[in-house]
Design a protein around this ligand. Structure first.
Ligand code: C5P
Length: 223
């Protein structure tokens, strides 16, 4: 058993993209690699936490020593999260698709020989972070969300924190020129109820270790 400030604490982490099916062979996805969520799960586990890792189809393998649930869609991710609760803390690092195809076809959609094009209708996915943040009973003591923004990062993330009802938002600038999405570094601002703390740009592993230490502090351990 891993010793450390998070020993005996159950921490839930979501990570990776989701895949939303169009038909049995096609899907809608996003560019999340799962790197930051994976690093975070590893760092939390290294501090002794009992980690449940709910991951979409990521580019990087899940860390060892954690309980892994693999999902494809946002709805499956919500179901896995709810099944994994209760937790002392929950960190939502997944890049969940905001929309799914309203009625995915159960057969492969065929190319129309006369050239008429398919039209996709969308339905809104559940917001997993908001759902857990607003739980009346059994809410984790600490709920942390991420906010990937391309502009006005702190402003948007601060209102996101209010709207969703989570305790902290880890805001990052994912403008293409930063190389952050899919890259190995991150530049984050940690937004809590009373402050916005900007960290220097560093490796995603270092962001993960610092964040894990802050989570340990908040749950009453000392990292
Ligand atoms: O609203 P937005 O997608 O920018 O919020 C990002 C945060 O919300 C991330 O922590 C992400 O994991 C979470 N989220 C979620 N379920 C969704 C959409 C976002 O948990 N359907």
């Amino acid at each position: 058993l891993m010793d450390g400030p998070l020993r005996g604490k159950h921490v839930l982490v979501t990570s990776g993209p989701t895949h939303e099916p169009i038909d049995p062979v096609r899907y809608i996805a996003n560019r999340s690699s799962g790197a930051q969520g994976t690093a975070l799960a590893r760092a939390l586990s290294a501090l002794g936490a009992n980690v449940t890792f709910v991951t979409g189809p990521a580019d990087v393998p899940p860390p060892g020593g954690v309980t892994v649930f693999r999902v494809q869609t946002a709805q499956q991710m919500l179901d896995a999260v709810q099944a994994a609760l209760p937790a002392d803390a929950a960190v939502f690092a997944a890049a969940v698709a905001d929309w799914r195809v309203a009625s995915a076809s159960d057969k492969k959609i065929k190319k129309d020989q006369k050239g008429s094009l398919p039209v996709l209708e969308f339905a809104e996915n559940p917001d997993i972070l908001a759902t857990v943040s607003q739980m009346k009973k059994g809410r984790p003591a600490l709920v942390v969300g991420f906010a990937a923004e391309t502009h006005d990062v702190v402003d948007h993330a601060t209102s996101k924190r209010d709207r969703k009802g989570c305790d902290w938002i880890v805001a990052n600038d994912v403008s293409p020129e930063t190389g952050i999405m899919g890259g190995s570094e991150n530049a984050v601002t940690l937004i809590s109820e009373d402050e916005a703390e900007t960290w220097p740009r560093m490796g995603k592993d270092d962001v993960a270790r610092q964040l894990a230490a802050r989570i340990a502090d908040a749950l009453g351990g000392n990292a």
